[in-house]
Design a protein around this ligand. Structure first.
Ligand code: MG
Length: 324
């Protein structure tokens, strides 16, 4: 698949009121994306993927996860990959956060010099049990000393919260429940809280309700990031709603990599290119070059043996966009 930079007039830039001037994209393709892809990707291809994402202008690329390889065999090369990336001078200005599931994961990350780590909790009991084999409160109790040690080592901690809008077993998730766990993550020292719509069921009114409730509980919007899934085609509407609320950090996955094993369809993460297309149209700065990003996703799609699920990647690689 070849991809070329879109013609200069596409999309037209027409700014709208009430939006931030700049949005920081927290790229999750190499971790959240590849972790949920069937195909095994060689470590050198992953390293090249991160380098290409950085070359496209990304300043935050979530690299991998120091979970036990038995849980996530796709990321069994975490050490090798992180060592390769952290030793690359071309990536010295790029944040490379890694997930740490427990003390052992944190030890592995800190031993390699990781400066940005993330812990992950669930807003629902069923998913906490499925993903961490613990109750919600047991998981929080496990992460508390992990976060404290990370902070003491000078690392910045991000908290992921799954199932913030709906849970495949429990259905709708009460906003108060999400607020309670969010508060706990903030209180343990998470600099940033990423609200995950793990099965993609959020709609804009729900997004506003949760963000408002978090603000009322003392969680400032500046510390909130959003992580929407596009399972039902709502990810961009939900993102725009969050931006209007004042959120300026958005998680997205290059090429839309990574389905969710708990959602009904293979469509998972919001594609970074789809987000960039909207932001470019709105005149919101990201510092990322859409054409090179789409080309990178096309390149990765050939390694995975399937086309990118991103509408924007597909449109940009369609014949009308190819140079003659
Ligand atoms: Mg995701």
């Amino acid at each position: 698949m070849t991809t070329t930079e879109p013609r200069a007039e596409l999309p037209m830039t027409v700014p709208a009121d009430g939006l931030p001037a700049r949005v920081r994209i927290h790229e999750v393709g190499p971790r959240d994306g590849l972790q949920n892809e069937q195909a095994a990707v060689p470590v050198e291809v992953k390293a090249e993927f991160v380098r290409r994402l950085a070359a496209a202008g990304m300043d935050t690329v979530e690299a991998t996860s120091f979970v036990h390889p038995r849980w996530v065999p796709q990321l069994a090369d975490a050490e090798e990959l992180y060592r390769e990336l952290s030793g690359d001078p071309a990536l010295s200005e790029v944040r490379l956060p890694v997930l740490v599931p427990n003390d052992r994961g944190l030890d592995r990350a800190l031993a390699l010099g990781a400066r940005h780590v993330a812990v992950f909790a669930s807003a629902t009991e069923t998913f906490a049990r499925a993903n961490l084999n613990r109750t919600v409160d047991e998981a929080l109790a496990m992460f508390e000393p992990v976060a404290a040690r990370a902070l003491a080592a000078g690392a910045e901690v991000r908290g992921y919260l799954s199932m913030c809008f709906g849970d495949p077993w429990e259905g709708a998730v009460p906003v108060e429940q999400v607020v309670r766990v969010s508060r706990a993550l903030i209180d343990m020292g998470c600099a940033e809280l990423s609200l995950g719509d793990t099965i993609g069921v959020a709609t804009p009114g729900h997004v506003t309700a949760l963000l408002t409730a978090l603000n009322e509980a003392g969680v400032p919007t500046e510390r909130i990031a959003v992580h929407f899934h596009d399972t039902y085609g709502q990810a961009l509407s939900n993102t725009l709603t969050a931006l209007r609320h004042g959120v300026t950090t958005v998680d997205a996955s290059a090429g839309g990599l990574g389905g969710c094993p708990y959602a009904r369809s293979a469509t998972g993460n919001l594609a970074t290119e789809d987000l960039l297309w909207m932001l470019r149209g709105l005149g919101v700065e990201t510092g990322i070059d859409l054409g090179s990003l789409a080309a990178t996703s096309g390149w990765m799609a050939t390694h995975l043996g399937r086309p990118s699920p991103s509408r924007t990647v597909r449109a940009l690689s369609a014949p009308s966009h190819k140079e003659s």
